[in-house]
Design a protein around this ligand. Structure first.
Ligand code: ADP
Ligand code: GN1
Ligand code: MG
Length: 374
């Protein structure tokens, strides 16, 4: 193992890599991707002849996922179900859904000596993963996320574990924010009065989707719940979304949240952590492109009430995400990986700017949905 490259900050990798048999000489592991939660590495194996073979190795975040074994059970159930659907449609199951490489002793994942769970998946080659996209690529991602939900319509939702309890319970997110504010562990509240007021002024909004669920207006479905553009792999040849990834939060949820989280991340021209807020603007044209693609992918499966609440999905996912970043900032940055001291505060501010923009353009957002709803 000594000649294999392993990043200094992750010495545990040598133990984890030892749990797997690789098909060719393993050259090493490098940190990979821009996810905020899991520890993701790309592994490269070099056969004597031919192209390198790559894998994605992921250590599941212990801060985010208290029951990783249950999460892996969901992962296996969902990917097996999708594999059958892809095969039935004449597609390539090795490219159109994720699959697992087994450990030397035939297990689906490895638990390291610190108790952290790791999984190994083949790298899906000839794809790109984008942090921002052209309208065409954004629409392609929308079709894929809409289709993902459509394909999972018949999945036995009751068999799925809730990997993060109350994940998109915006009322609960508000309550957790209030608790973090009351604790104010690091004495940070004194400098963020504007952000605190922004959240407090929107307490009633946090109940809009949940109230519609309680009243039976919105159905629970199997949803992805983390539909960022960078959770989809785009095929380099067809420029279509080929594989929906990051299935760790796929569980019963609201369709409007899958729509909304994509809008939050992709219907603007700035980074999620842009410091210059003058560059952060909600783009209703990108919103329209996404709405068209998502509804095409969902193939008429959304109810009239779901269609009506789609704009709320966008507003609420953006508000909720901003609240989550702010809560983590108050709490000492334990949940989202940060790369600079005020990173979560910067992320929160971009979300709140987008919420303001959406509030101003809310009627136009509803009109766009009416245009494409059938
Ligand atoms: P996180 O929960 O931390 O966001 P992801 O599962 O989204 O973790 O993975 C992080 C990144 O790794 C993705 O955005 C993507 O770039 C890349 N990735 C993950 N799985 C694969 C795969 N099987 N093939 C190619 N790239 C992948
Ligand atoms: C996290 O895992 P990743 O980076 O794709 C988070 C999402 C947030 C997102 C904000 C499990 O997504 O809920 O919306 O960051 N995932 C989890 O960028 O909490
Ligand atoms: Mg991700």
């Amino acid at each position: 193992m000594s000649q294999i490259y392993i990043p200094d900050e992750s010495p545990i990798l040598s133990e984890v890599l030892g749990a797997y048999d690789f098909p060719a000489t393993l050259l090493g592991a490098v940190r990979y991707g821009q996810g905020h939660i899991n520890d993701t590495f790309c592994l490269v194996c070099q056969p004597q002849e031919g192209d390198a073979i790559r894998f994605i190795l992921q250590g599941l975040s212990t801060a985010a996922f208290p029951h990783p074994e249950e999460l892996m059970e969901n992962f296996i159930g969902i990917t097996s179900y999708l594999r059958d659907k892809v095969i039935a449609a004449g597609g390539d199951p090795l490219r159109e859904t994720l699959s697992l490489v087994k450990t030397r002793d035939g297990k689906d994942f490895y638990t390291d000596s610190n108790g952290k769970v790791w999984r190994l998946t083949p790298f899906i080659e000839n794809t790109d993963c984008f942090q921002s996209a052209t309208p065409e690529l954004f629409e392609a991602s929308a079709r894929s996320f809409g289709r993902f939900q459509y394909m999972l319509q018949g999945y036995p939702a009751e068999t799925l574990h809730e990997t993060i309890v109350n994940f998109h319970n915006t009322e609960d997110r508000f309550a957790k924010f209030e608790a973090a504010l009351a604790a104010d562990k690091l004495d940070r509240a004194k400098d963020i009065a504007d952000e605190i007021k922004f959240v407090m002024d929107r307490k009633a909004d946090c109940s809009v989707a949940l109230q519609a669920l309680r009243e039976g207006k919105l159905p629970l479905r199997v949803t992805h719940n983390d539909t960022k553009l960078n959770n989809i792999l785009i095929d380099r040849d067809s420029h279509e979304g080929i594989c929906v990834i990051d299935l760790d939060t796929t569980m019963p949820g609201l369709s409007i949240n899958d729509f909304g989280d994509s809008i939050r991340f992709g219907a603007n021209h700035s980074k999620e952590d842009e410091k210059d807020l003058s560059k952060v603007n909600f783009d209703i044209e990108l919103y329209e492109v996404y709405a068209r693609g998502f509804l095409e992918g969902a193939q008429g499966s959304l109810t009239p009430a779901e269609l009506e609440y789609l704009p709320w999905g966008a507003r609420l996912m953006t508000l909720e995400c901003g609240i989550r970043f702010l809560t983590d900032y108050l709490d000492g940055d334990h949940y989202f990986r940060i790369h600079r001291p005020e990173h979560n505060l910067d992320r929160c501010r971009t979300q709140f700017k987008l919420v303001r923009d959406m509030e101003e353009q809310f009627d136009a957002m509803a009109a766009v949905i009416r245009k494409y709803a059938k």
